[in-house]
Write a protein that binds this ligand. Structure first.
Ligand SMILES: Cc1cc2nc3c(=O)[nH]c(=O)nc-3n(C[C@H](O)[C@H](O)[C@H](O)COP(=O)(O)OP(=O)(O)OC[C@H]3O[C@@H](n4cnc5c(N)ncnc54)[C@H](O)[C@@H]3O)c2cc1C
Length: 344
C-alpha cells in the first residue's frame, strides 16, 4: 500500500497550485483528475484573455493553464488522469479513495479541489438541435478563429455569455445577444463594452426555432420569440450559454460526512479545514464568508489548505511555508535559473 501525505481531488487551478505548494512543504502528493487534461474549468475558455490574475500581464487562458501545470509539476507529484474519485472512507488513521477504475488510493489527508464538480452545459431544448453540435451550434468556444467575420448569435445574459460576446467583438462581423430576462446579469463593465460597440441585444427573447439549410447540415436562420413577437435572424453560428448542470462529484462514507452549504459546497471551519479532521478544500468548492470565486481566490485557499494539511500530519511543523527565496528546496533550481538569466 502506497500512502500519500496529501491526495488532491481535482486538477483545476486550486488543485494545481495545491500540488505545487504541498511539494514546497515536502509532502508526498497525488492529484486525481477525471478529465484527460489538467486545468479544470479554464479549459472551457482557452482563448479568453485573463486580465485579473495578480502579477500576470494579460494572458490567454490556455497559456495560463500551461504555466500553472508547469509550476504544479515542480516537485513531481503523482498525477492520475481520466480517473474519477467516487467515494472516500476512513480506515484507522488514513483515508481510502475509491476511483471509477476500481482502484483504491491511500492518503493521510484529502484536499478536495473539485470546483463546481463535473459540469455539463445545459443544452438548447429544441427538437433536432443536437445534430448541429457537429457544425454551428456551440456550447463553448474552443477557438475564436472560426468566428472570424461571422454573424454570431449568443444566447444567454450571465457572465459566461457576455464574456464570450465581448471576446467575439474583436473577430466576428456581428454579435447578437438574445436573453430571456428583462436585463443582462453579467458584470456591468462587460455589458458597457457591448453597448459601446452597438451590439444588438434582444431582451425578453428566446430561441424558438432553428431553421437549417436544404441539406440540413447547418443552421442558417434562428426564429426568436421576442416578447411574443416572432423575429427571424440570419446567422452563421450560435453560441448557447445557459449555464451548467452539476453532476454529483464524489461521496463520503457515513462517518466522515463534511458539512455542506447548499448541499454541495464544503463549509470551511477556518484555514480551509472542513469539520472532518484530515479533509481540507480549496477553490470554488469551498464556502466561507467573503469567498472569492476567481483564480486568485483558489491560490489563497490552496496555501491555507496545504498548511492545514501539513499541521494535521505534523503538528510541530512551521505554521506557514517558507517563501520561495528562503526555501532550501529552491536553492539548486534558483542557481540554475539565475545562471540562465545572466549567461544568456
Ligand atoms: C466562462 C468562465 C470564465 C471565467 N473567467 C475568469 C476570469 O477571467 N478570471 C478569473 O479569475 N476567474 C475566471 N473564472 C473562474 C475560474 O475559472 C474558477 O474560479 C476556477 O477555475 C476555479 O478553480 P477550481 O480548481 O476550484 O475548480 P475547477 O476549475 O472547476 O476545477 C475542478 C477540477 O476538478 C475535477 N473534478 C471534479 N470532480 C472530480 C472527481 N470526482 N474526481 C476527479 N476530478 C474531479 C474537474 O474535472 C476539474 O478539472 C471563469 C469561469 C468561467 C466558467
Amino acid at each position: 500500500m502506497e500512502l500519500y501525505d496529501v491526495t488532491i481531488i481535482g486538477g483545476g487551478p486550486a488543485g494545481l497550485y495545491s500540488a505545487f505548494y504541498s511539494g514546497l512543504r515536502n509532502m508526498k502528493t497525488k492529484i486525481i483528475e477525471v478529465q484527460s487534461i489538467l486545468g479544470g474549468k479554464v479549459n472551457i475558455y482557452p482563448e479568453k484573455m485573463l486580465w485579473d490574475v495578480g502579477g500576470q500581464p494579460p494572458i490567454q487562458a490556455q497559456h495560463f493553464i500551461h504555466n500553472l501545470i508547469q509550476q504544479a509539476m515542480t516537485f513531481e507529484p503523482t498525477v492520475c488522469l481520466n480517473t474519477k474519485v467516487d467515494n472516500i472512507t476512513k480506515v484507522e488513521n488514513y483515508f481510502v479513495i475509491a476511483t471509477n477504475d476500481g482502484k483504491l488510493h491511500y492518503s493521510k489527508t484529502i484536499l478536495v479541489a473539485v470546483g463546481g464538480g463535473i459540469l455539463n452545459p445545459i443544452k438548447l431544448d429544441l427538437e433536432g438541435a443536437k445534430k448541429y453540435e457537429m457544425t454551428n451550434l456551440h456550447y463553448t468556444i474552443l477557438g475564436l478563429e472560426r468566428f472570424k467575420n461571422k454573424t454570431v448569435l449568443v444566447s444567454g445574459g450571465g457572465n459566461g455569455a457576455i464574456d464570450w460576446a465581448v471576446e467575439l467583438l474583436y473577430v466576428a462581423e456581428e454579435v447578437i445577444v438574445v436573453y430571456r430576462k428583462d436585463q443582462l446579469t453579467a458584470h456591468e463593465a462587460q455589458i458597457e463594452k457591448l453597448k459601446a460597440h452597438g451590439v444588438k441585444i434582444l431582451l425578453n427573447a428566446k430561441i424558438k426555432k432553428l431553421v437549417s439549410n436544404e441539406e440540413k447540415t447547418i443552421i442558417n436562420e434562428v426564429v426568436i420569440d421576442n416578447a411574443g413577437d416572432e423575429q427571424i435572424l440570419i446567422v452563421d453560428d450560435i453560441l448557447i450559454c445557459h449555464g451548467y448542470n452539476r453532476e454529483i462529484s464524489l461521496t463520503y462514507s457515513k462517518e466522515i460526512q463534511p458539512e455542506l452549504h447548499e448541499e454541495y459546497y464544503l463549509v470551511s471551519k477556518g484555514k480551509c479545514m472542513t469539520n472532518i479532521p484530515g479533509i481540507f478544500g480549496a477553490g470554488d468548492i469551498m464556502s466561507y464568508e467573503d469567498k472569492v470565486n476567481l483564480l486568485i481566490g483558489t491560490f489563497q485557499d490552496a496555501v491555507l489548505a496545504v498548511n492545514s494539511a501539513k499541521l494535521f500530519i505534523q503538528p510541530d511543523a512551521s505554521k506557514i511555508g517558507m517563501v520561495s527565496s528562503h526555501n532550501d528546496m529552491f536553492e539548486q533550481k534558483n542557481r540554475e535559473l539565475l545562471e540562465k538569466i545572466y549567461l544568456s
